[in-house]
Design a protein around this ligand. Structure first.
Ligand code: SF4
Ligand code: SF4
Length: 171
């Protein structure tokens, strides 16, 4: 592996309340993610796709030969380690210049995102998992079933070399 990629983020990250499945603005189109292409989604629908796993806010390394992403347990300093949400979502671009905002354009090749990321799943034509907040109706299930980074990461400000903190539990 040779190419270092900084913490990545998504437009769906939020710094306060977790996204939930039942929202008045989403109600008119049930299971909209199965009916609409990503490019046709409204902002609230797009935002609600984020499952709150926090994986995209970890330092990671790309294998230059295979393109495989190797994750660490080193999180962006703005990530709330419990909720797995950005603690300053509104100002994230100014505070973390390499924070990537997810758009249909940045999903043209979504393999840089975790395999479980809802944006990647939909971009690749795959269904959302049954633990996804939009599917199960419970925004806590992503944490309870171990699909998030909650309680398993350390702050980048406490780490000298993220490469020494590679983990195999992020997929
Ligand atoms: S990796 Fe997780 S936190 Fe990041 S955008 Fe995808 S679903 Fe949201
Ligand atoms: S600023 Fe950091 S914590 Fe916030 S969304 Fe971007 S990578 Fe994640």
């Amino acid at each position: 592996m040779s190419v270092v990629t900084g913490p990545l983020s998504a437009a769906a990250q939020t710094s306060t309340e977790p996204t939930i499945d039942v929202r008045p603005d989403l109600a008119p189109v049930a299971r909209f993610w199965e009916q609409l292409p990503l490019t046709a989604m409204k902002a609230a629908q797009w935002e609600s796709l984020c499952d709150g796993c926090g994986k995209c806010c970890l330092a990671k390394y790309e294998d230059a030969d295979t393109g495989h992403m190797h994750y660490t347990d080193v999180a962006c300093f703005l990530l709330d380690h419990h909720s797995c949400r950005c603690s300053d979502y509104a100002q994230r671009a100014e505070r973390v210049p390499d924070c990537v905002t997810l758009t249909p354009a940045t999903l043209a090749d979504p393999r840089w995102l975790p395999q479980t990321c809802a944006y990647r799943l939909l971009a690749e034509g795959r269904p959302l998992p049954d633990w996804h907040p939009l599917v199960c109706g419970d925004p806590a299930r992503v944490h309870l079933q171990g699909h998030s980074v909650s309680g398993r990461v350390r702050c980048e400000r406490e780490v000298k070399d993220p490469l020494l903190h590679l983990v195999d539990w992020v997929c």
